[in-house]
Design a protein around this ligand. Structure first.
Ligand SMILES: NC(=O)C1=CN([C@@H]2O[C@H](COP(=O)(O)OP(=O)(O)OC[C@H]3O[C@@H](n4cnc5c(N)ncnc54)[C@H](OP(=O)(O)O)[C@@H]3O)[C@@H](O)[C@H]2O)C=CC1
Ligand SMILES: O=C/C=C/c1ccc(O)c(O)c1
Ligand SMILES: [Zn+2]
Ligand SMILES: [Zn+2]
Length: 365
């Protein structure tokens, strides 16, 4: 066990307003509580949610905001009651860092659905301080919300899985969609979508990618292992595929019509919405009645499922397809992600970016 330090100043890269532009920011971490783990951040993936939050797409952003919720780091200190981790362990932190532990979702170990959950950034912790995410040198996290990175998974590879991996794995399990031979569609071949293809293929599904363009066709088929590829605006190809899918995992992060996708589902097919869209989506009721189809949603996955999907990826030999960048490139990376110009996830090499040296320029709180 390492020694317990009191409050410490750290440097993260924060958005100050809805431009979403990140710049160095010095702030104070909470004292290490008895069940807290102090994590030196090694890598942090960039999720489209970081854009939604940094740019206030949902209207609830608070600044300064240090985004980042696909965090892999090394434990550098543990509180006296930490039993699960020790100094030197390589661990992951995702979207949630707190919950009430008493409600029915918490008791059922689906704490991501707790109404009192605490987000890893853009939230307020139990001590009244703002939570700040993984684009920073260090985080302090309750051991309950930390997962061990299994042997056989490189830390930069593991980072995206802490969000995108579990986000596709959880609904497939929750909706009974794990049996081999099922036919699935993945709408939107980005960070979440590309792991959707890989996880669904590893479960033995026939996987159709449904994309906004034909640009990713060759990669989807040749490298990700998809079985079919549809361009959503190709009406003839979409019509030919009608009534063929058991489920659709929809990862599109902007408003889009649902009906072209609903028509691809067969009897009892499920359309699982994963994209964060702050405007109403619409469809006419016969689109779901005639075929007893369901439109549903899913939010990340539990801590247990996060550990499970990491091991699933090791067991199945799955890796995420990533572009590793330094922190100084984070604003370009966010812009490229927003204009759909990454295959398929940026991961920031936080430890290799010496963010503490940015402190000289960093206004503090
Ligand atoms: N429910 C949950 O728990 C989670 C939700 N999310 C949300 O899921 C969504 C996807 O996240 P992520 O995979 O990181 O995002 P990406 O930007 O990596 O991927 C989104 C994909 O959607 C397609 N797309 C269609 N229209 C647009 C558009 N106008 N702008 C950008 N992309 C478009 C693109 O695929 P193509 O080129 O094939 O059309 C793109 O690659 C986000 O809204 C994110 O907040 C993320 C993680 C967890
Ligand atoms: O990337 C993970 C978080 C997803 C998310 C889902 C729903 C929502 O309202 C959010 O603010 C984020
Ligand atoms: Zn995410
Ligand atoms: Zn709860």
């Amino acid at each position: 066990m390492g020694s317990l330090a009191s409050e410490r100043k750290v440097v993260g890269w924060a958005a100050r307003d809805a431009t979403g532009h990140l710049s160095p920011y010095t702030y104070t971490l909470r004292n290490t509580g008895p069940e807290d783990v102090v994590v030196k951040v090694l890598y942090c993936g960039i999720c489209h949610t970081d854009i939604h939050q940094a740019k206030n797409h949902l209207g609830a952003s608070k600044y300064p905001m240090v985004p980042g919720h696909e965090v892999v780091g090394e434990v550098v200190e543990v509180g006296p009651e930490v039993s699960k981790y020790g100094v030197g362990d390589v661990v992951g932190v995702g979207v949630i860092v707190g919950c009430c532990r008493e409600c029915s979702p918490c008791k059922a170990n689906v704490e991501q659905y707790c109404n009192k959950k605490i987000w890893s950034y853009n939230d307020v912790y139990t001590d009244g301080r703002p939570t700040q995410g993984g684009f920073a040198s260090t985080m302090v996290v309750d051991q309950k919300f930390v997962v061990k990175i299994p042997a056989g998974l490189a830390p930069e590879q593991a980072a995206p899985l802490l969000c995108v991996g579990v986000t596709v794995y959880s609904p497939l399990k929750a909706f009974g969609l794990t049996a081999p031979g099922l036919r699935g569609g993945i709408v939107g071949l980005g960070g979440v979508g590309h792991m959707g293809v890989k996880v669904a293929k590893a479960m033995g599904h026939h996987v159709t990618v449904i994309s906004s363009s034909s640009k990713k066709r060759a990669e989807a088929m040749d490298h990700l292992g998809a079985d079919a590829y549809l361009v959503s605006t190709d009406a003839a190809a979409m019509a030919a595929a009608a009534d063929s899918l058991d489920y659709i995992i929809d990862t599109v992060p902007v408003h889009h019509p649902l009906e072209p996708y609903l028509s691809l589902l067969r009897l009892d097919g499920k359309h699982v919405l994963l994209g964060v869209i702050g405007e109403p989506l619409s469809f006419v009721s016969p689109m779901v009645m005639l075929g007893r189809k369901a439109i549903t949603g899913s939010f990340i996955g539990s801590i247990d499922e996060t550990a499970e999907v990491l091991q699933f990826c090791v067991d199945k030999g799955l890796t995420s397809q990533i572009e590793v960048v330094k922190m100084g490139y984070v604003n370009e990376a966010l812009e490229r992600l927003e204009r759909n110009d990454v295959r398929y996830r940026f991961v920031v090499d936080v430890a290799g970016s010496n963010v503490e040296e940015d402190a000289a320029d960093a206004p503090s709180n």
